[in-house]
Design a protein around this ligand. Structure first.
Ligand code: F6R
Length: 255
């Protein structure tokens, strides 16, 4: 994969790509995903929500509008969803995906797999999603963002490396971090369904995008400390093909 000329490869940490700005890091992630889909139009992508991937999705939409790519054969799996929200609720991750990506390009709705947060039986919904994930074989590229507490998906500190799709309680730090992103709700839902750490590690390739100084501590712990449930993203170190895309601010503490 061609990386931008501003990339700094840390010799002692393979596959860590550092860019001067968040925009450039996101551009490189978009290029990574576009190259994946060009190589295999039937790729299975694992997708994240949150502020960090918004610029990535804008670049994918731009490439589609310019006629450079089609996503019609791509299958997607989102990482997580808040419990209690319908897909049309503006604060649901389903609505986010529609606004930022799916509704702006030629994704086939039959191939965009989302967790339904608006169900009575959340355990059954987690089971349904786990089955769908299993049926797909393996995700080709899993895109991740990073929680300030080191979470990946909604696998909060304490999550085991062999965890699978399940219902979780969100950490206080996550509730505070996500509060400013709310559109209609006044407080962040306290429960969610997330794919597990084992599910994330099952992907053929993992692309982590972390930008901004608020992520610097979690980036350092993930890359510099031994894998531990205290920092779920540290388990990424056990995967054979993880790419970290960082801006200078997020990379500031890995020295
Ligand atoms: C989102 C998700 C979370 C976010 C993380 C970072 O689907 O699973 O792990 O990736 O909380 O969120 P932002 O990008 O808003 O800082």
């Amino acid at each position: 994969m061609a990386l931008s000329s501003q990339t700094t490869a840390l010799a002692q940490i393979p596959r860590v790509h550092i860019f001067p700005t968040a925009g450039e890091a996101a551009d490189a992630v978009a290029e990574h995903l576009l190259a994946t889909v060009k190589r295999n139009p039937k790729s299975v992508l694992g997708l994240a929500t949150g502020q960090t991937p918004r610029h990535v999705y804008a670049k994918l939409v731009h490439a589609f509008r310019e006629g450079k790519i089609s996503f019609c054969d791509v299958e997607t799996f989102n990482l997580d969803e808040y419990c209690g929200l319908t897909a049309s609720h503006p604060d649901s991750f389903a609505a986010f995906m529609q606004r930022e990506l799916f509704g702006l390009a030629d994704f086939d709705p039959r191939k965009t797999n989302l967790i339904n947060g608006d169900v009575q039986d959340v355990v059954a919904e987690a089971r349904r999603y786990a089955t769908r994930l299993k049926e797909s074989g393996a995700v080709d590229v899993q895109l991740l963002g990073l929680g300030t507490n080191g979470h990946i998906g909604f696998n909060e500190p304490g999550s085991a490396s062999d965890s699978h799709v399940r219902v979780v309680d969100l950490a206080d730090e996550t509730l505070s971090a996500n509060q400013p992103s709310l559109i209609e709700l006044t407080s962040v839902p306290e429960r969610a369904i997330t794919i597990g750490i084992a599910d994330i590690l099952h992907a053929r390739e993992i692309v982590m995008l972390a930008t901004g100084s608020a992520k610097a501590g979690a980036v350092r712990r993930s890359l510099r400390e031994a894998p531990s449930t205290d920092c779920p993203a540290s388990f990424l170190g056990t995967h054979h093909a993880v790419h970290w895309y960082l801006d200078n601010a997020a990379a500031a503490e890995i020295g």
